[in-house]
Design a protein around this ligand. Structure first.
Ligand SMILES: [Zn+2]
Length: 178
């Protein structure tokens, strides 16, 4: 059984669309699924035996094993372009999936933050602007620390809670990165 398109996507996604041998990624290279333990040698199509490799790394390896494979250069370029487009679409799909998860996470943080407001009459979450402001910090600060900073904000109960919280995130990073 050959590696299916879905399986390939899962392998690329796991490896973040980066060649695990040379570190290059889409769209700089065309990616392939490499069998760590060669199929010809009884290697399986299991995810654990598959790794993302760029064409050069993979074929370099294959060439040693199988001898050079001739293909008309023109035809190869065209199919490479098509493949590259397809992989870019896959990459974008992964990125938008990740973005959705991140937005969901940020909305949960927003609910945590604003539900601490003693004057809130109903539960609410971050606005789009607030999500944009928190996003860079949410990528560098753990959820536990973010919640600590939120708790500290509400204990302090400043006039502009959100701005104060963002200030806390900024100084936390500055202190940590010194
Ligand atoms: Zn490579």
């Amino acid at each position: 059984m050959a590696v299916t398109t879905t399986q390939r996507f899962e392998v690329f996604k796991r490896d973040k669309f980066i060649c695990q041998y040379c570190g290059r990624k889409v769209p700089d290279v065309v990616l392939e699924c490499d069998h760590i333990h060669p199929k010809s040698d009884g290697g399986s199509d299991d995810m654990t035996n598959l790794v993302t490799a760029c064409q050069e790394c993979n074929r370099g390896k294959a060439a040693k094993a199988l001898g050079s494979r001739d293909s008309p250069i023109q035809a190869e370029n065209v199919s490479n372009q098509v493949e590259k487009m397809k992989q870019l679409r896959m990459l974008n799909e992964m990125l938008s999936e990740e973005r959705e998860h991140e937005d969901e996470y940020l909305r949960e943080l927003g609910a945590y933050f604003w539900n601490r407001d003693p004057n809130a009459s109903e539960s609410y979450t971050f606005t789009d602007e607030q999500i944009s402001a928190v996003r860079p910090f949410s990528r560098k600060i753990t959820v536990d620390k973010l919640k600590d900073l939120m708790d500290a904000t509400w204990r302090k109960s400043p006039r502009h809670e959100f701005a104060y919280f963002i200030g806390c995130c900024r100084s936390f990073l500055e202190m940590r990165d010194v």
